[in-house]
Ligand binder design. Structure first.
Ligand code: NCD
Length: 331
């Protein structure tokens, strides 16, 4: 694997993804054998990984933290970095990266600004800091490690169809602001799958993603009617309304926000009526946090894979850290 930084989905060709999936899968099975667990605990021995998070996080944060621990490394946790780090005193992102590189062997960062991870990677390269940067979400742009775990989940459940490009993937909801959807669409387009983008006319998948799909000869449909393509969709990907990333009016006024949310959840949610129309062997993904668009009763639907998807975040991040920081490790 020739990766250095992990900034965007487009860095991951099918071969690299396959290497990560195989490694994650091996780690998942090694977890059940004590002797293998002990071997895995040596992989990041004497290595530290900084977790610099300017934005809230549950799953990405916890799974990275735990992945570092299970590989025997030391996490350097900085939560609420805008308040807790010297960023609060006006320190530039570049200086925060220079500083962190003096203590850590890799930096996992989540930042509210699009392009921030790229700036951090350039700082690492220009200053010859020799530290890999892992983007754990940059604004509404990309979330490449979530993409890897989403595709790993699809690979586990529908690997043969994925390899043949015989899948129709439905993305429902906030297509414009979901960084997860952006990274997932870019990576999946390499497999030649079909896409259905379901949202309002004004909330659509960004043009730069459509250009990539066009270049790769992918087929896609755009619709505002969630049930329209239900009989064809094999993989459903839902998300919450990302109101904090929307125009100020929606982000600030609570009444307006809850009105928008109710409307959204009705139109782009995983409702009972929609589930009746879904294929019996479809799978349902959601990166979480979920709000009303993913009712709890769906947890008991055999097509729901999103809780396993949460767990997969751990294995995939263990695999990525091993491949980046100790590629020749034997376990
Ligand atoms: C997502 C994110 O942060 O973009 N969450 C996650 O990492 N699992 C999705 C979201 O916030 O809605």
């Amino acid at each position: 694997m020739k990766l250095r930084h992990t900034i965007k989905a487009d860095q991951f060709d099918i071969e690299t993804l396959e290497t990560i999936f195989e490694t994650a899968s091996k780690m998942e099975s090694c977890e059940r054998i004590l002797a293998r667990r002990e071997m895995m605990e040596k992989i990041l021995k004497h290595k530290s990984v900084a977790l610099l998070f300017w934005e809230p996080s549950s799953r990405t944060w916890m799974s990275f933290y735990e992945a570092i621990g299970r590989l025997g490394g030391r996490p350097i946790p900085v939560i609420n970095a805008g308040v807790f780090s010297s960023a609060a005193k006006g320190e530039s992102l570049q200086d925060t990266i220079i500083t962190t590189s003096q203590y850590a062997d890799a930096i996992v960062m989540r930042h509210p600004e699009k392009g921030s991870a790229q700036i951090a990677a350039e700082t690492s390269d220009n200053r010859k800091l020799g530290i890999p940067i892992i983007n754990a979400g940059d604004g509404n742009n990309e979330h490449p490690t979530q993409m890897i775990l989403d595709l790993y989940t699809i690979w586990q459940k529908k690997g043969n169809e994925l390899k043949k490009g015989n899948l129709t993937i439905g993305f429902a909801g906030d297509l414009e602001h979901s960084r997860v959807f952006h990274s997932d669409a870019i990576a999946l387009s390499q497999y030649g799958v079909n896409f259905v983008f379901i949202s309002t006319i004004s909330n659509n998948i960004p043009d730069w993603i459509i250009s990539v799909l066009r270049q790769r000869g992918c087929c896609w449909e755009k619709t505002t009617e969630i049930e329209k393509f239900a009989p064809e969709i094999d993989v459903w990907n839902f998300t919450r309304l990302q109101s904090e990333r929307m125009a100020k009016s929606a982000a600030i006024f609570p009444f307006y926000r809850s009105y928008l949310r109710r409307k959204y959840e009705k139109k782009f949610g995983c409702t009972g009526k929609l589930k009746e129309k879904m294929k019996p062997d479809a799978i349902i993904l959601h990166p979480w946090p979920r709000l009303g668009e993913l009712p709890e009763e769906t947890d008991f639907d055999p097509r729901a894979v999103y809780i396993k998807q949460i767990k997969n975040g751990l294995y995939v991040r263990m695999a990525l850290l091993q491949l980046l920081l100790n590629p020749n490790a034997f376990f």
